[in-house]
Design a protein around this ligand. Structure first.
Ligand code: ATP
Ligand code: MG
Length: 556
């Protein structure tokens, strides 16, 4: 990847540089540890670019590890989508995929080790009582009556938990640390709980499942991770991470480092909330083009490079942040402005009839695919007597600022001739149905020979050769910059976030590949929908407009 060349520094890379210089590590091994309980979103992309990007730049390795300790919420569909999204972003995980559940046997043994050391006990208080006994930030917790059970009894009860002899919620295994610690996570955290749930990897082998804090650090150690990078909300958990690794027998002792999560304006990033949008059918699935998911952005027309570029531009710090949606959009706009071939489409068509053009004639015009890149080649566009133009590109009367078609005046059809509007026809409601024009047959590829100036250029599609297409225009999914802060975030959904147009596109677009970006002249960047479009029924998504119209709206 070219952007890797401009190795961006950040505080985590500085730590790694130092660890390598000091000889603390000779190579770097990171991991990306998603829980397979939803699709990945743009926030995950930040973590992916950080972890895989470090591995790439330091010639190290990055594991993909499914952090799968909550069988009830997890699903193979999510496992598959996550693999696909990581690959699509352009990253390769080291060796086989890892699952925390690969280590369930070892985790059990480590729990037994803690029990044997007098550092874990089987709790019989109810979940409510455990909460009550835990205390608060200002008041210390108190000891459970089961805290000082003999080791033998703990071993026996833990084994019985594993055998399925206790109902869910009646027992759990807790670490014996410090009930008055100022870090709540150290007040005898739960290590194992009973769940009679089938697991997508281990089936019905287990009815006890380890908790995240116990599992994560041990998985890191077993995989030989050197730098375990996560988001700031796990800062306090680092105490428990270190405690577990100090008290069990492992060779490798990884360290955890935290950075701030990405928050993006006008969207939500929590998988729970995204899941709610999907299950309540407020969007068309996890890959709805308005979703901040990787698969949604992909379907919308974002390229992997534009998302990597975004992650590079936002950087990695410990500061809380709320990034403008426009900065994500400018990354894809910059990419497509360079790389998208141009094409013509009319989204709100009104018919133009060129009366002095032969009804049987079809002229094949050859148009450049990119104004500044001749290497991108040309394409053929048929020109005929009847063409579609945008309704808003015609006015019966207008002042000089309006550089489009006006009754009695001239305009150029992009890549074609100069036409003049002679008269119009309207329906009973007064809507214009047809604009009758004449053309100047000496203006193909040149200015009028008599020196007349024609300033405006509008786009068009042949009415007889154009192809009907559904075009989906997207806007922000939410009406407020921070929907996650609303009482009911679903109520802040923007009702106009999807507008469907039925228009016409030039014939070359029938072979448009899904997800491949085009600039529709004067309209924005578009790609064929990867689910709903087919050559027989074209569907295009607008990825982004040509300019940041939102910056203007917000400035007002
Ligand atoms: P969510 O809160 O959206 O459900 P999560 O943190 O529970 O996300 P995981 O699947 O556990 O999701 O996340 C995998 C990795 O991605 C973690 O290391 C996590 O810190 C990181 N990550 C998740 N959300 C963000 C974000 N918004 N910005 C940066 N990194 C993130
Ligand atoms: Mg999580």
């Amino acid at each position: 990847m070219s952007e890797a060349a401009a190795r961006p520094s950040n505080f985590i890379r500085q730590i790694i540089d130092k660890d390598l210089a000091d000889g603390k590590h000779t190579s770097v091994h990171t991991r990306f540890p998603p829980e397979p309980n939803g699709y990945l979103h743009i926030g995950h992309a930040k973590s992916i670019c950080l972890n895989f990007g470090i591995a790439q730049d330091y010639q190290g390795q990055c594991n993909l590890r499914f952090d799968d300790t909550n069988p009830e919420k997890e699903d193979l569909e999510y496992v598959e989508s996550i693999k696909q999204d990581v690959s699509w972003l352009g990253f390769e995980w080291a060796g086989d995929i890892h699952y925390s559940s690969d280590n369930f046997d070892k985790l059990y043994e480590y729990a037994v080790e803690l029990i044997n050391k007098g550092l874990a006990y089987v709790e019989e208080l109810s979940p409510e009582q455990i909460r009550e006994y835990r205390g608060t930030l200002t008041a210390p917790g108190k000891h459970s009556p089961y805290r000082d059970r003999p080791i033998e009894e703990n071993l026996e009860l833990f084994e019985k938990m594993r055998q399925g002899e206790f109902a869910e919620g009646t027992v759990c295994l807790r670490a014996k640390i410090d009930m008055s610690s100022s870090f709540m996570v150290l007040r005898d955290p739960v290590l194992y709980r009973v769940r009679f749930a089938s697991h997508h990897q281990t089936g019905d082998k287990w009815c006890i499942y380890p908790m995240y804090d116990f599992t994560h650090c041990i998985s890191d150690a077993l995989e030989g991770i050197t730098h375990s990078i996560c988001t700031l909300e796990f800062q306090d958990n680092r105490r428990l991470y270190d405690w577990v690794l100090e008290n069990i027998t492992v060779d490798c002792v990884p360290h955890q480092y935290e950075f701030s999560r990405l928050n993006l304006e006008y969207t939500v990033m929590s998988k729970r909330k995204l899941n709610q949008l999907v299950t309540e059918k407020l969007v068309d699935g996890w890959d709805d083009p308005r979703m901040p998911t990787i698969s949604g952005l992909r379907r919308r027309g974002f390229t992997p490079g534009s998302i990597r570029e975004f992650c590079q531009r936002i950087g990695v710090t410990k500061q809380d942040n709320l990034i403008e949606f426009g900065s994500l959009e400018s990354c894809i706009r910059d990419d497509l402005n360079e790389n998208a071939p141009r094409a013509m489409a009319v989204l709100d068509p009104v018919k133009v009839v060129i009366e002095n053009y032969d009804a049987d004639q079809v002229e094949t015009l050859v148009l450049q695919n990119h104004p500044n890149k001749p290497e991108m080649g040309t394409r053929e566009v048929p020109f005929t007597r009847e063409v579609w133009i945008e309704r808003e590109d015609f006015r019966e009367e207008a002042n000089k600022k309006y550089k489009r078609l006006v009754l009695g005046k001239e305009v150029r059809l992009r890549g074609s001739y100069v036409i003049k509007a002679e008269r119009i026809e309207k329906d009973a409601e007064g809507n214009i149905t047809t604009i009758y024009c004449t053309y100047d047959n000496e203006t193909l590829g040149q200015n009028p020979t008599d020196g007349r100036k024609v300033k405006g250029v509008i786009h068009w599609v042949s009415a007889s050769h154009g192809v009907p297409a559904e075009v989906r225009l997207y806007d922000r999914l939410f009406n407020v910059p921070n929907p996650g802060a609303a009482n009911n975030f679903a109520e802040t959904i923007n009702a106009d976030s999807l507008i469907v147009k039925r228009g016409f596109v030039e014939p070359s677009l029938t072979s448009a590949e899904a997800e491949f970006g085009y600039q529709f002249e004067r309209l924005g960047y578009f790609c064929a929908d990867n689910k709903d479009s087919s050559p027989e029924a074209l569907v295009f998504n607008r990825t982004v407009g040509l300019r940041d119209t939102w910056a203007k709206i917000e400035a007002k």
